[in-house]
Design a protein around this ligand. Structure first.
Ligand code: NIG
Ligand code: FE
Length: 416
């Protein structure tokens, strides 16, 4: 037996989510399930996928560490394509104010919110941010997440944004989890630019974007496009500059009020537009046409006690929908993948099949990696999870409980 070879065999369900691009609309219902399935892994790569009998014919089984999964469903590792997992401090006081009726935006307008976390992050050192970031990755990993996207946006100055991004790139190297980094300098206007949002956007474009690009570890640029934060014009100006520096684009769009964010994301051909609680019908149609992944964050809607994004409408209109946690210290201090799946199915009326697609191949598409991860396909990286139960349908059914039993990341076995 060679220790770089793993065979998962006789899986009750092998949920392949096959393909190498986002699934749109009705395609999201097709999980490519193989009953009594097998997957062979060698040197971190998936080499064989199919019914167990067929795979056994093609390999020398004695070379492999065998995992018999008769009572287990096997899925691609989940991709959490929207988080803010590196931050200093907490905002538990603000949460209790919100429970008493304060709104997220009114707290932000009073100088709390993101700027509150900015202060704590500027005061934190690299190691403190790294240690708490690592703990959060451990938690996500145990719930079956094998790739996570993480955003800066709590520095709001060049130096601290760089620290956040360096923490993420360092964790990408040292933690089994893959971390895709996003620059979100336009997350809020820091106190030193108060009342001068355009000047802050200029500062981002002229000084910060080029310096971040020089790091070569950051894939995406994102912006909090929202009434009272960054306008459509300011968001567009920043994103066009980011594209010029070869960043891929994302947007926080239509989260708090209808704002035309989805329409802008479509016209700029952003990889994803995220939140979309208040997306317009036109925005939905344009995203579907432009192939923008609609990334929905039900844990945030739940935590803010706001109406959920219209997932059904988007899928029925032909959009590719992804689901992600939005883990952050303010609007959503949760990365509970089990609860996220339950909310998506129970309140957003997504089917279990659509929820699985949204967390696998569509999550991979939302981080620009659908050709490498997000499905159990020959040639893809071996990021695979085994559930404690024989069907993916247990994911929303076993509400809020982690049913991930085993994680295989890059061909390496981790028992949970
Ligand atoms: O995705 N809306 C903007 N950004 C985050 C919240 C960040 C925070 O409150 O710290 C979000 O909800
Ligand atoms: Fe967010």
């Amino acid at each position: 037996m060679e220790d770089n070879k793993i065979l998962i065999r006789n899986a009750a369900q092998l949920v392949t989510c096959h393909g190498d691009k986002a699934r749109r609309g009705a395609e999201m219902s097709d999980l490519g399930v193989i009953e009594d399935g097998a997957v062979a892994i060698s040197d971190g790569v998936i080499t064989h996928v199919g019914p167990t009998e067929e795979v056994l014919r093609d390999i020398h089984v004695e070379d492999y560490l065998e995992i018999r999964a008769e009572k287990q469903a096997v899925l691609p590792g989940f991709v959490d394509s929207h988080t803010h997992f590196v931050f200093g401090g907490y905002r538990e006081e603000e949460f209790s104010w919100r429970l008493r009726g304060d709104s997220y935006m009114s707290i932000m307008e009073r100088g709390g919110g993101i700027v509150n976390t900015m202060k704590a992050t500027r005061e934190s050192d690299f190691d403190t941010l790294w240690n708490s970031g690592e703990e959060r990755l451990d938690e996500l990993f145990a719930m079956g997440v094998t790739t996570v996207e993480g955003k800066s946006g709590y520095g709001l100055d060049l130096q601290t944004e760089l620290v956040q991004l360096r923490v993420m790139s360092d964790l990408n190297e040292s933690h089994p989890m893959d971390v895709v980094s996003t620059f979100l300098g336009a997350h809020a206007v820091p106190p030193e630019f108060a009342g001068r949002t355009d000047d802050y956007v200029d500062y981002m474009i002229e000084e910060v974007l080029p310096a971040i690009r020089a790091e070569h570890t950051v894939t995406f640029c994102d912006v909090f496009c929202e009434k009272g934060v960054f306008s459509l014009e300011q968001s567009e100006r920043l994103l066009r500059a980011a594209r010029h520096h070869r960043f891929k684009l994302k947007m926080h769009a239509d989260e708090i009020v209808p704002f035309g964010g989805a329409e802008l994301a479509a016209s700029l051909k952003c990889v994803s537009a995220d939140h979309l609680l208040h997306v317009s019908d036109t925005g939905i149609q344009r995203m579907a046409k432009a192939g923008v992944v609609a990334t929905l964050l039900p844990l945030t809607a739940f935590s803010l006690n706001e109406p959920y994004a219209p997932a059904r409408k988007m899928i029925d209109a032909g959009c590719a929908v992804a689901l992600a946690s939005d883990l952050n210290p303010g609007s959503c201090f949760s990365a509970s993948i089990p609860m996220l799946i339950a909310l998506a199915c129970i309140y957003m009326k997504m089917t279990p099949e659509e929820a699985v697609t949204a967390l696998t191949i569509n999550g991979a598409a939302a981080v620009g990696r659908a050709s490498e991860i997000g499905s159990i396909s020959v040639g893809k990286r071996a990021d695979v999870i085994l559930l404690k139960y024989p069907s993916y349908k247990f994911l929303p059914y076993h509400v809020g409980m982690n049913i991930v039993d085993t994680v295989i990341k890059n061909g390496k076995l981790y028992l949970m």
